[in-house]
Ligand binder design. Structure first.
Ligand SMILES: Nc1ncnc2c1ncn2[C@@H]1O[C@H](COP(=O)(O)OP(=O)(O)OP(=O)(O)O)[C@@H](O)[C@H]1O
Length: 545
């Protein structure tokens, strides 16, 4: 049995499999990174190795990163935003130094996943209540927060769809105030990623007049040099599934495409080994508890072991690793970390507990020193050992949780599954609410064969009109992509007249300028600027800027 624990040797592998937790590296690689910061400083001049052959559009994004631009990266589920962001973070850290690049995400789960901290904790704004001046005062009175704001040269924000406009504007205001600078974001470079067609910010009270999405923030457009929509989808390969999901994403599904879903709807009970996704957490807990109770096996309880200061510990509890995990023989579980990508022990892999084995090292998570043995659906069996999750303040860990990298997996919530890639799911959408939920649930699956659906009706598919309007700015470039193979929208903040020109339109000395008639007409149509502004801007460039 201990032999199979040899998989630890492979644990330094960098994650290629993305989902919330798989956004983080395996425990061993986290430890290695932590050490290398202090002892084995790596050669900064080396370009980090990519795990993928990047597409043209991904490569173009990386070029923008290298050229020092502020970027917003968006795209459908499964277009590789997260794997690209991870690579970008490495590039940025090499360029600016680890302590100058702050990696954040809108939620604790997403933050742990990219080995960052929540946006709130980076900012030092507590829960973000109060007006701007109050928030600035809060930051100024927090020495560490002031240091973070002043040190930052780049701020990375993942899962931006869950950040509300007001918070985005407030943070930009704080950046200017704390850094005593009139520049946008006080001169901090932004790299932001997310898909606004996925889950939106959660508000306790409905207020139709409220600016909901970050792109509605006053400072949104001026925050970025480039806004990019990735178009190549990797998670799914079946054309009809991709088309179906694209329709659902935009809330304008072709009825014929929706018929495909009928094959996935069935009144019969699905295979019990398939993960169930529910819109609401009470359904998730109910299913997991019921299934657990139904098993008459002896239960083993694993209590998470946390280290660190109180406010940071709270963030650990918001992450994916549970405070308390109850397991027994027969329990369905899912990995929440990548342990060994090559052998398929990846975040999101599901399996069944087949028994327990004594832990020779003496785990502190359970008094009996027992570790679960899990047989994954691939047929491979391993002993699961405790893993670590960190809360970071900049580049230093400030809290750490030790827990088994497992959650019960008869059911999970759609909010928790945002970002996951799954082979098989059963989703009951009868209680789906709000925009993006059906899209997030269905876009987790890799193929139609793996989808089992209930409680679905087309009325559950909702895309927010404001989101649709926002994404219309990317449309013409997608057409352009078909022509020249690039799906990148250049959106210069300094000069709005240059909105739809891509880098390829520029020569290296910047003296020769070209623009396509199609882009020009589109820009006029969108009333982005007047004909006079447009021509004067381009003529001045042609005259030899
Ligand atoms: N250039 C590439 N070549 C091959 N596979 C890739 C490439 N880029 C991404 N992938 C794969 O695509 C899948 C989805 O990637 P990823 O999870 O980063 O997408 P995402 O856009 O972040 O999705 P979501 O919006 O659902 O979180 C992953 O399995 C990843 O390994």
């Amino acid at each position: 049995m201990r032999k199979i624990m040899g998989m630890k040797f492979f644990a330094n592998a960098i994650s290629v499999y993305r989902n919330y937790s798989s956004k983080s590296f395996s425990n061993s690689s986290v430890r290695e990174g932590y050490r290398s910061g202090n002892k084995n400083k790596k050669n900064n001049s080396k370009t980090p190795k990519a795990r993928f052959k990047w597409t043209d559009e991904q490569s173009k994004v990386l070029d923008h990163v290298r050229s020092g631009r502020s970027l917003f990266i968006t795209g459908s589920a499964g277009t590789g935003k997260t794997v690209l962001l991870k690579h970008i973070i490495k590039l940025l850290k090499q360029t600016y130094g680890k302590s100058r690049v702050f990696v954040t995400a809108s939620t604790g789960i997403a933050a742990c996943a990219i080995r960052g901290q929540t946006l709130h904790s980076f900012a030092g704004i507590g829960i973000g209540d109060g007006d701007r001046e109050m928030l600035v005062n809060r930051v100024i009175n927090d020495k560490k927060a002031c240091i973070r704001w002043n040190k930052a040269q780049v701020l990375v924000i993942d899962e931006i769809s869950l950040v509300e406009a007001n918070l985005f504007d407030n943070l930009e205001y704080i950046a200017k105030a704390v850094r005593d600078s009139d520049k946008v974001w006080g001169g901090i470079r932004l790299v932001v990623s997310g898909d606004f067609f996925q889950l939106p910010p959660i508000f306790k009270q409905q207020d139709p007049s409220r600016k909901e999405f970050a792109f509605e923030a006053d400072c949104w457009d001026s925050s970025f040099d480039i806004q990019v929509e990735l178009s190549k989808i990797f998670r799914q390969s079946e054309d009809r599934l991709i088309k179906l999901l694209q329709g659902i994403r935009r809330g304008n599904s072709d009825p014929e495409d929706l018929q495909i879903l009928e094959q996935s709807c069935s009144v019969s009970e699905p295979d019990p080994s398939v993960v169930r996704l529910y819109p609401r957490i009470d359904d998730v807990n109910k299913v997991n508890e019921e299934r657990m109770k139904a098993l008459s096996e002896e239960k083993v309880i694993y209590e998470a072991s946390d280290e660190g200061e109180k406010p940071w510990r709270r963030q650990l509890a918001l992450g994916l690793a549970p405070n308390k995990l109850v397991l027994c023989k027969g329990a369905r579980v899912m990995l929440i970390k990548n342990l060994n990508v090559w052998r398929g022990f990846v975040n999101g892999a599901t399996g069944t507990v087949t028994g327990f084995t004594k832990d020779g090292n003496g785990t502190i998570l359970t008094p009996d020193n027992l570790l679960p043995v899990v047989e994954f659906d691939s047929g491979r069996e391993i002993v699961i050992e405790p893993e670590k999750w960190y809360v970071m303040e900049g580049s230093s860990p400030v809290a750490r949780r030790l827990q088994l990298p497992l959650v019960l997996a008869w059911a999970i919530s759609i909010h928790k599954c945002q970002g996951m890639s799954l082979d098989h799911i059963h989703t009951d959408l009868s209680r789906a609410f709000g925009c993006g939920m059906v899209y997030v649930a269905l876009s987790r699956v890799r193929s139609l064969d793996g989808l089992h659906l209930s409680g679905f009706s087309p009325s559950k598919i909702k895309a927010h009109p404001k989101v649709l309007q926002f994404y219309s700015r990317f449309a013409p470039e997608q057409e352009k992509e078909k022509e020249d193979g690039h799906g990148v929208v250049a959106d210069k903040k300094e000069d709005t007249s240059n909105n739809s020109l891509s880098d390829s339109d520029r020569t290296s000395d910047g003296k020769t300028y070209q623009f396509s008639l199609k882009e020009f007409l589109f820009s006029l149509e969108q009333k982005k600027f007047s004909l006079k502004d447009f021509l004067s801007s381009h003529l001045s460039r042609l005259r030899g800027k």
